[in-house]
Design a protein around this ligand. Structure first.
Ligand SMILES: Nc1ncnc2c1ncn2[C@@H]1O[C@H](COP(=O)(O)OP(=O)(O)O)[C@@H](O)[C@H]1O
Ligand SMILES: [Mg+2]
Length: 340
């Protein structure tokens, strides 16, 4: 048990099987730690190995309200002991804050959606007046489309904010954002592993497509309860963190397709790769819009990413295999004698 291994730090078992299978196929020893609860004795040394964070921004929706706080402590402890944490403590802050993502992307020169960050409810209605309708809201600590809603008038927005349907964000921060009309009804999600581009996936957003999202708690617009503001504009099921798994797999999977026209040499991919390297983000799915007037707009960095099963099947499990290869090399480079 003490031999060096890959430690997966996570709070959702449902997402692990394809990743564990890839590690098994590569003959890599691995184990898992829960970020939902647990305990550590600060007097002890952590076990040896390479640690990989799969902290998810939506952990609170699974009842793991303090997973990010535990992750912050745990990763600091591991890093202080000199251990390698992939997507470690600095990356947590990107996972749990879209505002942090936009600020860093904008500073690096990317075209990001115009966004106003609102803490609490007080300023929402006033700041929303700065946006022409339609505009959208989303939670700063998002994932799974949490709090993503489109508003076609300020009146509609005001009654939402004042009403019982208002969705409290996990960290109290709601983002107001320009509504981006894509040239065609899809968004793109570019997967990076070990800092390298693996493939880009096209995700259909045509009207109603989000309803096919298979994730049980996928709170994308259109799945709102009666009385809630509901959108008829299709939003990407990529918002769902379990693309194409579980119930509805067949239908949902048809919404995802590999984009062969987006390669490692694509100018946006080249820039995103450099950005991720600068920020120390090693594993991520980055979503972007393409508009009719040529804007390329990254808008969501998923440092906890899941791969679509159909795309993986069609590519020989390209992303999961890349991940196992990356983690295996990290382990090997630190523990040359490890039985990997
Ligand atoms: N500014 C926007 N304009 C239009 N559609 C948007 C905008 N932001 C998000 N969406 C749609 O909502 C989906 C979920 O939003 P996103 O920012 O990715 O949040 P999450 O982290 O929950 O996935 C996106 O994939 C996209 O389809
Ligand atoms: Mg998203």
């Amino acid at each position: 048990m003490n031999s060096p291994r890959i430690h997966i730090l996570h709070e959702n078992y449902d997402w692990l099987p394809p990743l564990q299978a890839a590690l098994d196929s590569a003959g890599l020893p691995h184990t898992q730690w829960s970020l939902a609860d647990g305990s550590i004795d600060l007097k002890t040394q952590p076990p040896q190995g390479v640690f990989w964070s799969r902290l998810s921004a939506s952990s609170h929706t699974r009842g793991h309200v303090y997973a990010k706080e535990y992750a912050r402590v745990l990763f600091r402890w591991l890093e202080a002991a000199g251990l390698r944490v992939v997507n470690g403590s600095k990356v947590i802050e990107f996972e749990v804050s879209k505002a942090a993502q936009y600020a860093a992307l904008a500073a690096a020169g990317f075209d990001v959606p115009r966004t106003v960050v609102v803490a609490g409810r007080e300023d929402l209605k006033r700041r929303a007046l700065e946006f022409p309708a339609p505009f959208i809201t989303k939670h700063n600590q998002g994932g799974k489309g949490l709090g993503v809603r489109r508003f076609d008038s300020h009146r509609e927005f005001d009654s939402y904010v004042d009403g019982p349907e208002f969705e409290e964000p996990a960290d109290g921060i709601t983002l107001l954002q320009e509504f981006v009309q894509t040239a065609e009804p899809f968004i793109t999600r570019a997967e990076f592993v070990g800092g390298e581009f693996v493939y880009a996936v096209r995700v259909d957003t045509s009207e109603g497509s989000f309803e096919l999202c298979p994730a049980e708690a996928c709170a994308v617009p259109g799945q709102a309860a009666p009385g809630q503001v509901s959108l008829d504009q299709g939003f990407a099921p990529a918002a769902c963190e379990i693309p194409g798994t579980g119930a509805g797999e067949t239908l949902a999977s048809t919404l995802f397709a590999k984009r062969d026209d987006i390669t490692a040499g694509h100018p946006l991919i080249v820039r995103l790769r450099a950005f991720l390297a600068d920020q120390g983000i090693e594993v991520a799915g980055v979503e972007f819009f393409e508009t009719a007037d040529g804007r390329l707009i990254p808008y969501d960095i998923n440092t906890n990413t899941n791969y679509n099963p159909d795309v993986e099947a069609a590519t020989g499990n390209a992303a999961a295999t890349a991940l196992a290869g990356f983690l295996g090399r990290e382990l090997e480079s630190r523990y040359a004698t490890a039985s990997v």
